[in-house]
Design a protein around this ligand. Sequence first.
Ligand SMILES: O=C(O)CCC(=O)C(=O)O
Length: 266
Amino acid sequence: MNGTLNDLKVTYDQQGYFVLKDYFNADELIQLKQAVLLFHENWQKDNLYFYQREAFNSSLITGTQYLANTERLQLFNFISSPKMSQIIEAIIPHKPAFMNTQLFFNPCTKEQENFWHRDCQYDHDLAGQQQAIKETQVVHFRVPLFDEPGMELVPGSHTRWDTQEELDVRLARKRKFSSDELSTGKKIPLNVGDLLVFSADMIHRGLYGQDRLAFDTLVFDSSGDFVDYVDDDCLPSQQMLKQINNPTIFENSLYLKSLNYHEHTC
Ligand SMILES: O=C(O)CCC(=O)C(=O)O
């Protein structure tokens, strides 16, 4: 890794993203890849119509619906491996908490277009989005399992509002489409072994093509109001926690959930 962990935090805070090229070796990805491929196969069978019509991602990969505990444990141990943990803790120093996992793949239909967005736009109106980018943000840790075109990001947009061009394209208004080119976009091709870290609230889009299958772990600072997005079924059981090398990010989510539970019941 070039530079210190502190440099990475500075880059992330300024740009909203960074890539670590060749960060993982093949051995470190074997179990992750096996578990993800099995999930993807089971998920596709169960969601055939949705997959064939429009899907480009799935989520809840660590849940119990499509994987047995053996594979779930492999995923938990990858997510909390020393290499992942040191980056997660560098970027989110205050009690990082596990939110969810997602898989990004190519849509079945070649004509299906990608689209610029901020993740917060699905929960907030424009005023709410302007507020959201001033507050603590969810961070994606993306691990591509095959070489892929990667992502296109607007550097610095995690803390600033859209230009007129960006807003018109992102909202697909004034004769623009959300898949139009943006003059401020930066393409980030990814290869197996890379780790891409980016803010969920920056302006971004996936780039479809090659054999894209990327595993994203979403993590948030415990001070952020995101615990309602954590699905109980995607967290390790007490028994599994004992078999995870460094369970802190899962324990942080379980702790937040327990506070939430008491708030709602007391
Ligand atoms: O890779 C993609 O298709 C889009 C990724 C994305 O929008 C996200 O991770 O929030």
